[in-house]
Design a protein around this ligand. Structure first.
Ligand code: FAD
Length: 423
């Protein structure tokens, strides 16, 4: 089997953008490995519009957005293998994969880009009481059934969880003639984008019940009814608040989990908050030459940010190879980036000023809804940024931009802290 400079695991929007950027940065030895029968990742089943407003300044559907990048991959002659499952990545960057034509094969690479995306949290992980009849689907599975396979999962629907996929499926099922009776959300706020609540629920008169959860599922062969109840601040159901909805379908949209089994097995250090790799300013993990981007790194709200981030991973992989695959610079040059007081995590977690670009975007999410608050950034104990925000919500990704010159001016800087302040 041929060797490659850069092996990219996953041919979704992250893998595609990383490949294009690496090629444009001058590397001709790139291979994308994708387990599915086509490139494009999960966007192939997202046939609604709203993609690409930032990247292309127009509203595209998921497949249209993906195709913009697939076309670049084809035009640039970047190699890819479909129906190819990556089964292992070693710390020495030997990628083991398998497909029908080649059987099991190994590719030694100088750099590996992790772009495996995420999967939905399963019902098992959610511990819903009641029977386990047919008619319970994750929202993503229902999306695939309706948009790709051409099947309707049911006609009367209850949705648990208000993540973006659940909101989008509430509208999709309605447009296909189903009655979506309610969306129940355990938290006191939605996990999805505000624009999706307006466009997918409010516009169709679908009620969203915050601080509610499913307490019973009825039906032995098939779902017959679902009971939801209000939860208190301890997230436990409040007796007497139960409401029963007859339905034949329960869709679950209760969060996404980055697909990091391969990363973990390779020895990549993971964040307990994002369940994605801990990365530095170059989006490089603790294994030199192994980079991560897209939903495998942290779950994004907009694919535009995935593409932007992946572009940096591709460029940095080329930089790493062109620099002779050196180990990262000494620890004493590393500035720690931490999130506290309302901010849950940051990507990246460390910055080496010598290696950072002139501008560096630091992305994070908040853990609650904050109104009329400030995103503050501290360089050690000195507050250097204090940006007022009308609203901050867990469903929306936030970002700050750091200037290299700003960090260089603060000699001896050890720690950058992002926090949410009331004033
Ligand atoms: C069900 C679902 C629906 C979504 N709907 C929307 C939406 O409507 N709007 C929106 O903005 N965002 C949506 N998202 C978020 C969306 O995933 C991201 O915006 C974007 O697709 C992330 O790109 P990615 O390349 O990181 O991941 P993905 O698009 O998930 O691509 C990852 C790719 O890696 C491949 N892969 C994984 N493991 C391996 C392996 N071991 N070997 C080989 N290949 C592998 C997968 O097959 C996949 O093609 C959805 C996510 C999910 C899970």
């Amino acid at each position: 089997m041929k060797t490659y400079d850069i092996v990219i695991v996953g041919g979704g929007p992250a893998g595609l953008a990383a490949a294009v950027a690496a090629k444009e940065a001058g590397n001709d030895s790139i291979l994308i490995l994708e387990r599915d029968h086509e490139l494009g990742g999960i966007l192939n089943q997202c046939i609604h519009n709203g993609f690409g407003l930032h990247t292309f300044k127009e509203e595209l559907t998921g497949p249209e957005y993906a195709y913009r990048f697939i076309k670049q991959v084809l035009d640039l002659g970047i190699e890819y293998k479909l129906n190819t499952m990556v089964m292992d990545i070693s710390a020495e960057k030997i990628v083991t994969a398998m497909n029908r034509e080649d059987g099991m094969f190994q590719i030694p690479a100088k750099a590996v880009i992790l772009a495996m995306g995420c999967r939905e949290r399963s019902r098992g992980a959610l511990n819903i009481p009641g029977y386990r009849p047919a008619g319970i689907f994750s929202a993503g599975t229902a999306q695939r059934l309706v948009n790709i396979e051409g099947y309707m999962p049911g006609r009367e629907v209850v949705i648990l969880g208000s993540g973006d996929i659940g909101l989008i499926m509430a509208r999709r099922m309605t447009l296909e003639g189903a009655k979506v009776k309610v969306v129940a959300e355990l938290m006191p706020y939605s996990g999805g984008l505000k624009r999706n609540i307006v466009q997918c629920l409010d516009d169709y008169g679908i009620p969203l019940k915050l601080s509610h959860t499913v307490v019973d599922i009825e039906g032995k062969e098939h779902v017959k009814a679902v009971t939801i109840a209000e939860v208190g601040p301890d997230r436990k159901p409040i007796p007497g608040t139960e409401e029963r909805y007859t339905c034949d379908t329960l869709l679950l949209s209760c969060g996404l989990i980055p697909e990091n089994e391969l990363s973990r097995a390779a020895g990549v250090k993971m964040s307990t908050v994002t369940s994605g790799p801990i990365v530095n300013e170059s989006l490089e993990t603790n294994i030199p030459g192994v980079f991560a981007c897209g939903n495998v790194l942290h779950v994004h709200d907009l694919v535009d940010y995935v593409s932007e981030e992946a572009k940096r991973a591709g460029q940095n992989a080329v930089k790493y190879i062109n620099d002779g695959c050196k180990l990262p610079a000494a620890e004493d040059k590393v500035i720690e980036v931490t999130a506290t007081e309302g901010a849950r995590y940051t990507v990246p977690s460390t910055i080496n000023v010598d290696r950072m670009d002139d501008l560096l975007t630091v992305r994070f999410r908040v853990g609650d809804v904050y109104k009329n608050s400030f995103v503050s950034v501290y360089f050690d104990d000195e507050r250097i940024m204090h940006n007022q925000k009308r609203i901050l919500a867990p469903g929306e990704m936030e970002q700050i931009v750091l200037r290299k010159s700003q960090l260089q001016e603060h000699e001896g800087l050890k720690k950058i802290t992002v926090k949410i302040e009331k004033e």
